[in-house]
Write a protein that binds this ligand. Structure first.
Ligand code: F6P
Length: 344
């Protein structure tokens, strides 16, 4: 059988580990033949592919990024996109396609599978950990470790100057990275997109930290919004992000200025940005990515298409692709309330 593999959406640590597991298992145990489509859905759209044998996946387990490249191309938004994809898949003799991606990439796989009969298996990835059908996505643990290390480092410089340090982490719609790294790093305030924040309350936590003779660390997810966020948005420059969503661009900078003017304390911002997505995956992410890869091949072996592999407890299960992308997994309020024990 000839299997196509692609990686779509924002890259994340662990993509190469999945590709390696897919190819190793597929070639060794089943004698499959693989081709890698370049740059997400752009690959099958333009017929751009590379051979993907065992030599191509040697040594890539600990490497960040993706050897196949990635993009946010959506064939349903391209003229004649679906026809071009099905023709190119046929031309390359592809019997099945394994798509590794987040909500958007897997949403395309779901539609191609149910509406056009393309034989797809999905593998979930995102550093945001916001896919509801799986307990964890690979990439998340690495991002949390990177953000936690940054918070640890910021504590000591904040203390030396008795400043407020605001750390902006990724997470447009879900605050998982902020919550986990904030708790692990002992942040004094954690702000997530799921709960609108009151700037005066944030300043109260900042002041109480100073009263205890310590410098506060405020972790804010990039998608977090103040309670009067709609008003702020109207008055601030609000470009659309790469997904066409309106958001308060630079919430970390904005918040630091507000804290400074309301408390009179010096405040600085660190935006971690793409550092959270780059570099070598953690051991957990390598382990999860590898298991996802092995189970994706098992789904192909069983002829079980239109599914995504997912982690449930300690087990890897299969869920329908449509269900996998239907709902975003956001931080539940009780979990956020739990974290508030350490605010201030
Ligand atoms: O979805 C993953 C993610 O890293 C988000 O956390 C972030 O908002 C977004 O991608 C950034 O995308 P880009 O790299 O296209 O700017």
């Amino acid at each position: 059988m000839r299997i196509g593999v692609l990686t779509g959406g924002g890259d994340c640590p662990g993509l190469n580990a999945v590709i390696r597991a897919i190819v190793r298992k597929g070639v060794q145990d089943h004698g499959h033949d693989f081709i890698g489509f370049k740059d997400g859905w752009r690959g099958p759209l333009h017929g751009s592919a590379v051979p993907l044998g065992i030599p191509a996946v040697r040594g890539i387990l600990p490497r960040g990024g993706t050897i196949l490249g990635s993009s946010r191309t959506n064939p349903f938004k391209e003229p004649d996109g679906v026809r071009r994809i099905t023709e190119n898949l046929a031309e390359h003799g592809v019997d099945a396609l394994i798509a590794i991606g987040g909500e958007d990439t897997l949403g395309v796989a779901a539609r191609l599978s149910t509406e056009y009969g393309v034989r797809c298996v999905g593998v979930p990835k995102t550093i945001d950990n916001d896919l509801s059908a799986t307990d964890y996505t690979f990439g998340f643990d690495t991002a949390v470790n990177i953000a936690t290390e940054a918070i640890d480092r910021l504590h000591t410089t904040a203390e030396s100057h008795m400043r407020v340090l605001v750390v902006e982490v990724m997470g447009r719609h879900a605050g998982w990275i902020a919550l986990h790294s904030g708790l692990a790093g002992g942040a004094n305030v954690i702000l997530v997109p799921e709960v609108r924040f009151d700037v005066d309350e944030v300043c109260g936590w900042v002041a109480s930290r100073f009263r205890a003779s310590y410098a506060p660390i405020v972790v804010v997810a990039e998608g977090a919004m103040p309670q009067d966020g709609d008003l702020v948005l109207k008055n601030a420059a609000t470009p659309l992000d790469s997904f066409g969503h309106v958001r308060l661009s630079g919430v970390g900078e904005w918040l630091a200025k507000e804290i400074e003017s309301r408390t009179g304390k010096e405040a600085r911002t660190t935006v971690l940005g793409h550092v959270q997505r780059g570099g070598t995956p953690s051991a957990f992410d390598r382990w999860l990515a590898t298991r996802f890869g092995l189970h994706a091949i098992a789904a192909v072996r069983d002829g079980d298409f239109g599914v995504m592999v997912a982690l449930r407890g300690a087990d890897i299960v299969r869920v329908p692709l449509g269900e996998a992308t239907a709902r975003l997994k956001t931080v539940p309020l009780p979990l956020y309330e739990e974290a508030k024990t350490f605010f201030g």
